[in-house]
Design a protein around this ligand. Structure first.
Ligand code: DX5
Ligand code: ZN
Length: 209
């Protein structure tokens, strides 16, 4: 089953609460929340306080994508703020296995993300512990970038490692790029600029078609 996770990085922050309500009513399956620290990625977004303030605007899964150095420092804070699923980057933490256990100890779902240049080999000893793998199809940090085609090969490789795991793709997803990703074996799609630059419901439906 295909799931769409609109990234609120492309929402209008001056009315974020209304945006969460609208995107929920438009048929989103999850809310993708991009947390950036200005260190792991060259941009700063928002943290737990903002997530907590929008928690009561939607019953959907809060899919929190941590693009921060040493995310283990803040896992507990993001759980308290309302995260249902926490994704950490393999490149951001020395003790990835421990960080995943820390997330799971809170009873929330755990995922690992890989940057475009990181090999799927780094998932080999952790994939069976995970609820989802997130493959970045752009270099993380900004919305509105172009999809990197080598992601398709990576999706196939991860799918051959695990037949059932959710594979999420993030970056440059549109009605054009989603198709190849589905064929390669991915089933969860983050879409920021594509969904928020049109009619939300129509855009979400066009991704599922
Ligand atoms: C990029 C973020 C993405 C971003 C996607 O660092 O992780 O979630 O918001 O935006 P689009 O869909 O516009 O590429
Ligand atoms: Zn993201």
């Amino acid at each position: 089953m295909i799931k769409i996770a609109p990234s609120i990085l492309s929402a209008d922050f001056s009315k974020l609460g209304e945006e969460i309500t609208s995107i929920t009513e438009a048929g989103a399956d999850m809310i993708h929340i991009d947390v950036m620290d200005g260190m792991f990625v060259p941009n700063i977004s928002f943290g737990p306080v903002v997530i907590k303030s929008i928690r009561d605007k939607s019953n959907l899964c809060f899919d929190v994508h941590l693009m921060i150095e040493n995310p283990e420092r803040y896992i507990d804070e993001f759980v308290k703020a309302g995260a249902d699923l926490i994704t950490v980057h393999a490149e951001s933490t020395t003790h990835l296995h421990r960080t995943i256990q820390q997330i799971k100890a809170h009873g929330v779902k755990a995922a690992v993300s890989l940057n475009p240049a990181t090999s799927v080999e780094s998932l080999k000893y952790i994939i069976d512990e995970l609820d989802m793998v997130l493959l970045m199809s752009v270099n993380p940090g900004f919305g509105g970038q172009k999809f990197i085609p080598s992601t398709l090969e990576k999706i196939k490789e991860v799918r051959s490692m695990n037949a059932n795991i959710d594979i999420q793709v993030d970056g440059g997803i549109t009605d054009k790029t989603v198709k190849g990703c589905i064929e390669a074996g991915a089933n969860v799609f983050v879409a920021g600029s594509y969904v928020f630059s049109g009619n939300y419901k129509e855009r979400i439906e066009s991704l599922k078609k």
